[in-house]
Design a protein around this ligand. Structure first.
Ligand code: C2E
Ligand code: MG
Ligand code: MG
Ligand code: MG
Length: 286
């Protein structure tokens, strides 16, 4: 039912089950089982160039269809996976699967993968990334790792060297959900990001309660441009939001206005029916 999204379910879920320890234990057990028995899958949301309005890549988003409870949002189960250490093997699976799927796409289409701060703190991450690339034969520059500001909470030598090791592999790095966390401009100076993803909270309502959100988006865009980074505006839902974002100069756009996350098979279909770089026309799905 909640194909792709799952936010409605999230609301339903949090009111019914939030903070129930017994329930969390059961979910953890079920999640472990899902990982072992093919119960997780990825969907892919298009990322579109502002200038050309063509797809430049897709973000891989994790989905879990619980056999009894139906779709459970990653906003619910990723934190459980992080608390229990399951995020390690789940994150490995996501990387391998996303690289394998993307290797079948056109050469100029990237895949973005979310990396949890727990994975980022694991010195084995670069080896996992290299092994996913090798197994799929995906070129490193076609893989973009999305990292949130929370990795800077324990800002130390380990953080710096992890960035250097990942850049050394040749993958791209994106700073996800920018503006929601512990934003400090200090780390933008030293962390080698290729892209800043502007959180949807700035995009949402930028049209309605206008000027403040717009001013922030504009400032982030000029900062990113000065640092040679791309920007993706997350969560654009309406034509008005789209028009505003393009006017503010974001280089890329990701949101329901261009498309909800697609199953891997649907991505393949679009590639074959629209050529190497699919046009957006007719992309707005239900
Ligand atoms: P995120 O990385 O910021 O992903 C973007 C979220 O925004 C996705 O929610 C996407 O479906 C949603 N979204 C995109 N466009 C729109 C829009 O126009 N309107 C609205 N209302 N929402 C939009 P999703 O798939 O529920 O994922 C939530 C979060 O869960 C992600 O936020 C990410 O932090 C985490 N997550 C998802 N997959 C993975 C994964 O494989 N690994 C890890 N560590 N975290 C993941
Ligand atoms: Mg993301
Ligand atoms: Mg995000
Ligand atoms: Mg987010």
């Amino acid at each position: 039912a909640a194909k792709g999204d799952g936010r409605g379910i999230h609301r339903f879920y949090s009111s019914e089950m939030h903070a129930d320890a017994e329930d969390r234990r059961k979910l953890e057990e079920d999640l472990r089982h899902a990982l072992a028995c093919d119960g997780l899958h990825l969907v892919y949301q298009p990322v579109v160039s502002s200038r050309t309005e063509r797809i430049t890549g897709y973000e891989a988003l994790l989905r879990w269809n619980h056999p009894v409870r139906g779709a459970i949002s990653p906003a619910i189960f990723v934190p459980i996976a992080e608390d229990t250490g399951l995020i390690g093997p789940i994150g490995d699976w996501v990387l391998r699967t996303a690289c394998r799927d993307a290797a079948l796409w056109a050469d100029d289409i990237r895949v973005a993968v979310n990396v949890s701060p727990i994975q980022f703190a694991n010195p084995g991450l670069p080896a996992t990334v290299m092994s996913a690339l090798a197994a799929s034969q995906l070129a490193p520059e076609r893989l973009e790792l999305e990292i949130t500001e929370s990795v800077f909470l324990n800002d130390d030598d380990g953080t710096d060297s992890m960035f250097a090791r990942l850049k050394g592999i040749g993958v791209r790095l994106a700073l996800d959900d920018f503006g929601t966390g512990y934003s400090s401009l200090g780390y933008l100076k030293k962390a080698p990001f290729d892209k800043i993803k502007i959180d949807q909270s700035f995009v949402r309502g930028a049209v309605i309660n206008g000027s403040r959100n717009s001013a922030i988006i504009k400032a982030i865009v000029s900062l990113a441009e000065a640092l040679g980074m791309d920007t993706t505006a997350e969560g654009a839902e309406t034509q008005d939001e789209l028009a505003l974002i393009r006017q503010l100069g974001c280089s890329h756009i990701q949101g329901y206005v261009y498309g909800r996350p697609l199953e891997a098979g649907e991505v393949m279909q679009r590639q074959s029916s629209h050529g190497a770089v699919p046009l957006i026309e007719g992309f707005q799905s239900s």
